[in-house]
Design a protein around this ligand. Structure first.
Ligand SMILES: [Zn+2]
Length: 229
């Protein structure tokens, strides 16, 4: 086994030499490993690595993205929070909102294997769910008082593409991810679904009702562009 590294070139790799083996390159734990027949010269190996450079770099990026979570901050009620993950000798995951907009996620040590990104994603989904459970009654009551109407039922559920939706003419479903927005925006989205209790389509009466009750109507619509609700 030998190690080659070029200072200004990006690719550093380990060579495993073996008998009767074809040459192939793999990425193992974020390291480039070249498996080569024993007789292959280092310049030939270097050449092969150069040739495969694009593939190697894209694989290295993939690995880095999976193992270094790129969720460094999340939004709650429109404010940015930094997420920090710690591993401790505990049994169930804990999530704390700390001062100075810090979110501290503490995970059992055994979770280390699963990969940060996935765990972080699940933890953050759970966090939004918890916030929605705590806050949604007050928000919906406020909207009910503004509009003078409300659905008979609601549920907090993960939705694939919508922030919230109206089911039939009696029930609305709220995606916990809606909690990332400012309260004003959350109220607006909830109100939109409430209005669907009265009007199925975005008819003139629907728009009038929304415009009348939300003076920031167009600003909020702009903020929500790209989102479905
Ligand atoms: Zn609608």
């Amino acid at each position: 086994m030998s190690i080659f590294g070029k200072k200004n070139n990006v690719i550093t790799y380990t060579v495993n030499k073996a008998i009767n083996r074809e040459m192939y390159i793999t990425i193992q734990n974020g390291e480039v490993v070249v498996n080569a027949p024993w007789y292959l010269s280092s310049s030939k190996i270097q050449e092969a690595v150069e040739q495969k450079k694009n593939w190697i770099l894209s694989k290295m990026n993939e690995y880095a993205e999976l193992n270094n979570p790129n969720i460094q901050s999340v939004k709650i009620f429109g404010k940015n929070y930094d997420v920090k993950v710690y591993y401790q000798n505990i049994i169930t995951p804990e999530l704390n909102l700390e001062e100075n907009y810090q979110i501290k996620i503490i995970l059992p040590i055994k979770y280390k294997k699963i990969g940060n990104e996935q765990i972080l994603k699940i933890s953050i989904e759970k966090m939004y769910e918890q916030i929605a459970n705590n806050e949604i009654d007050n928000i919906m009551e406020k909207v009910r008082l503004i509009l003078g109407l409300a659905p008979e039922d609601y549920a907090i559920e993960q939705l694939d593409s919508e922030l919230a939706k109206c089911v039939g003419s009696k029930k609305i479903i709220i995606n916990p991810k809606l909690m990332q927005f400012k309260k004003e925006v959350i109220e607006y989205v909830i109100a939109h679904e409430f209005c669907h209790i009265k009007y199925k389509t975005h008819c003139k009466s629907f728009i009038d009702l929304m415009e009348k009750n939300f003076e920031n109507y167009s600003k909020i619509e702009k903020e929500l562009s790209g989102y479905k609700f």
